[in-house]
Design a protein around this ligand. Structure first.
Ligand code: SAM
Length: 289
């Protein structure tokens, strides 16, 4: 008969027992809705054989749900004031380990080697919104060996991750995420399922990581510079923003490339698919090598 940590009453009792004060700076908004916890676990099809990394356990609300449905959970929490609380709230689970660290400073590949003997793991998190994008980009760029990722993020960020070319939300983040994985919004989450209530709506999004990136490019760094350049001035044409972005191609050269790709020369960056962005970046590569 273990307390449900998502129950507002249980949570309030724990917080007052420890005199805990929320840190806005650390993005602390704790979940108080069991249905959302189920959706997160169902969203990555969590089963008893699975091993999980959690980022930012808070008082252990999601950790509890993950622990009950999986084999093992390693949760990384930056706030040292939460560590004794987690030791208390999760004391009945012998398959949970807490690491007191800043996830951005951790080598996650090393952590997986150490704690999971290099097995592929799943990652689940209700992310601190102030560093959502750096955390996700770190997971993807470091090619952390993850089977799937499910995260709660600000609704607008989830929409940007999933956006298609030509839509308002489409931008550099869409391409960066879609280069590495297939994003799918699982559910939209209202503000009132958190304590304290955040100012924005949220969404749970699943990222199915590809074995290989979506497009094969000759130079990854150049590709991301081209993407950045293409979106650097949203109201300008691709021609103008790319030639002004300092990647060393002239307007005439870009015109020729667009012509070759069968793309109109007055197109805006936000209309270009990831595939076209890849072809363009390879042409620029050929030009300079
Ligand atoms: N998982 C809990 C829940 O759903 O109720 C808490 C989620 S809260 C939105 C985000 C958590 O991430 C907080 O506990 C916060 O202290 C922690 N956090 C913030 N920055 C972090 C970082 N750089 N590394 C690890 N944890 C961090």
């Amino acid at each position: 008969n273990i307390d449900r940590l998502h129950s507002p009453k249980v949570m309030k009792d724990i917080l007052s027992k420890y005199g805990f004060r929320f840190s806005k700076g650390l993005g602390q908004n704790f979940l108080i809705d069991g249905n959302i916890l189920d959706k997160i676990c169902d969203g990555i099809n969590l089963g008893k054989e699975d091993e999980v990394i959690e980022i930012g356990p808070g008082i252990g609300t999601l950790t509890q749900a993950l622990a009950e449905r999986s084999k093992k959970v390693v949760a990384i929490e930056i706030d040292k004031k939460l560590i004794p609380i987690l030791g208390d709230t999760l004391s009945s689970y012998d398959n949970v380990e807490i690491v007191n660290s800043d996830v951005l400073k951790l080598d996650l590949n090393e952590l997986i080697e150490e704690k999971f003997e290099n097995k592929k793991v799943k990652l689940a998190a209700n992310l601190p919104y102030y560093i959502t994008t750096p955390i996700i980009m770190k997971l993807l760029e470091d090619k952390v060996n993850l089977e799937s990722i499910i995260v709660m993020v600000q609704k607008e960020v989830a929409e940007r991750m999933q956006a298609s070319p030509g839509t308002k939300a489409y931008g550099a983040l869409s391409i960066a995420v879609q280069y590495y994985c297939n994003p799918e919004i699982v559910t939209i989450v209202p503000k009132n399922v958190f304590i304290p209530k955040p100012n924005v709506d949220s969404a749970v999004i699943r990222l199915d990581v590809y074995d290989k990136p979506k497009v094969k490019v000759k130079d990854e760094k150049l590709f991301f510079n081209v993407v950045k350049g293409a979106f650097s001035h949203r109201r300008k044409t691709l021609l103008n923003s790319l030639s002004a972005s300092g990647i060393g191609v002239s307007k005439d050269q870009i015109k020729d490339m667009l012509d070759n790709l069968g793309i109109k020369e007055n197109i805006r960056g936000e209309k270009l698919s990831i595939e076209d962005m890849g072809r363009l970046s390879d042409m620029i590569y050929e030009l300079n090598n």
